[in-house]
Design a protein around this ligand. Structure first.
Ligand SMILES: C[S@@+](CC[C@H](N)C(=O)[O-])C[C@H]1O[C@@H](n2cnc3c(N)ncnc32)[C@H](O)[C@@H]1O
Length: 290
């Protein structure tokens, strides 16, 4: 199995009413990305994001009409709407914690919908389902969790083996913006930025998400140190937990060549989920054919 992007979970670093964010006592415990608190808060955190990708994937799945494979299905944010639309779907996910949340959500669904969903723990670089598909989805930045070219090639070649001739692969991640990268690198390395505010899914308490970002221009990586601060309604800090996330951003023509190298023909590159053409600094939504 390939090396995984790392996350260092700095669990329950401090419980303190007068927390100085820059001086958190850090308890390090190396675990993989999207585990623990990151999984627990994922749905609440991303509920505030634009959900327009969901309708796009549901439309693609409906047009395909046969069982769909989704890689990095997470908590089922896209898996469940596809099943709701009447399509059978297999979701593969590396994080047991994300998968557990997806499974709990599926267990709440009417059996006619739940029966359309198969979930499996696996790494997109080396999973083996022993079958092929007409449509494979890698939504929302899953592919940029792969940190090396070797992993990217392993994943694409493995996916290729799971596809019928003429089948479609759709991959989405953001288009890196060099100006923003340079600006962020200077400005955001040391200053925490308030990225989001939402309610804790279990306690209902307000949670603030603070982040610092470090861009490595040589390695093409972004390291985000994310600090979740849970407060009571008087504003007292109850809990502060820090997680570290890394992605490897990919430029347009780099991805084009990677797909072609791994046996795909690029059909389209959209710039948004309304199917408008690609333009720099928006989304990269690749549609490639085996
Ligand atoms: C940003 S989340 C996206 C989750 C879901 N696709 C969505 O749209 O909400 C990225 C997901 O990719 C998963 N992931 C990362 N690397 C993976 C790999 N090598 N194989 C399978 N899943 C992976 C993570 O565990 C996480 O659940």
């Amino acid at each position: 199995m390939s090396a995984k992007p790392f996350i260092i979970l700095l669990a329950d670093a401090l419980v303190c009413q007068h927390l100085n964010y820059c001086n958190i006592a850090i308890l390090t415990d190396s675990v993989e990305q999207y585990r623990g608190l990151d999984a627990e808060l994922y749905d609440s955190d991303y509920a505030t994001y634009d959900p327009s990708d969901i309708a796009f994937y549901v439309e693609e799945a409906t047009n395909c009409g046969s069982t769909v494979l989704e890689l990095g299905c997470g908590t089922g944010r896209i898996t469940i709407p596809i099943a709701n639309a009447g399509i059978d779907i297999v979701g593969v996910e590396i994080s047991p914690d994300m998968l557990e949340i997806a499974r709990a959500k599926v267990a709440e669904m009417p059996s006619v919908v739940a029966d359309r969903i198969t979930l499996a723990q696996g790494d997109m670089c080396d999973f083996d389902l022993g079958r092929t598909f007409d449509l494979v989805l890698i939504p929302f930045r899953v592919f940029i969790c792969l940190m090396t070219v070797e992993e990217q090639k392993q994943a694409l070649r493995n996916i290729h083996r799971h596809m019928n001739d003429g089948a479609k692969l759709i991959i989405n991640f953001f288009d890196p913006d060099l100006r923003e990268i340079l600006d962020h690198n200077e400005r955001m390395r040391s200053n925490q930025i308030l990225m989001n505010q939402f309610r804790h899914p279990s306690t209902g308490n307000p949670v603030k998400e603070w982040s610092t970002w470090d861009y490595d221009l040589t390695e093409q990586t972004i390291e985000e140190v994310r600090n979740y601060v849970e407060q009571d309604f008087q504003g007292n800090i109850l809990k502060s937990t820090t997680v570290k996330l890394r992605v490897r951003y990919i430029f347009r023509w780099e991805m084009y060549h990677l797909l072609e190298l791994c046996g795909f023909r690029v059909e389209t590159l959209y710039g948004d989920f309304d199917r408008s053409p690609f333009k720099a600094r928006a989304e990269q939504i690749w549609v490639a054919v085996k």
